[in-house]
Design a protein around this ligand. Sequence first.
Ligand code: 5GP
Length: 211
Amino acid sequence: MKEKGILTVVSGFSGSGKGTLMKELLARYPDRYALSISATTRMPRQGEADGREYFFVSRDEFEKMIAKGELIEYAKYVENYYGTPRGYVEKMLDEGRDVILEIEIQGALNVKKLFPDTLLLFVTPPNAGELKKRLVGRGTESMEVIESRMNRACEEAQGMECYDYLIINDRLDECVEKMHDIIRGEHLRSSRNREFIEEIRKDLERLKGEE
Ligand code: 5GP
């Protein structure tokens, strides 16, 4: 029987380093994981490419995607819309890949409602000062945007308990392996192996009756 992939949502404050973490996880285990690429109405940052970091679309195109039911979930984040395209996620899960959605908390909770088996991981820097330093150091955002992202971080911190695991992003190398171990461990959960349980029960009954 082919094992279905696990849908994993990774959230974290803007500047928590979750993007780098995801890239490294995929580079190390390319056959195991598939990273969903979201659609967004925000403008590309320097170095971002359409179809690689995001599908950059207009507000109009985004609304059409919603109307056609092409998004699993979507949310507004600091004046822009972000959403998860459905087709790729479903295809990869069916092929047995663990699919990762890197999305904010509203979206995470919506996905969990729709697919209760979703694993929720929250990435955080070791402390708040480090977060501010990373946001300022990134140099891609105005002070105003940095402020709204810090405000948003305060709001998101209120929801950290909703996640299954916290991943403190101190050393990239260790963090990648922690995340990989957590997801691998999830595959062993009895509740995710119901078919196996049913099968072994049946076989045990059958063998019990044989000489
Ligand atoms: P950024 O503009 O920094 O790339 O992303 C801003 C926030 O939007 C991040 O917290 C990111 O995880 C989140 N995000 C990215 N794609 C999606 C999506 O498809 N749905 C939701 N709900 N949030 C997303």
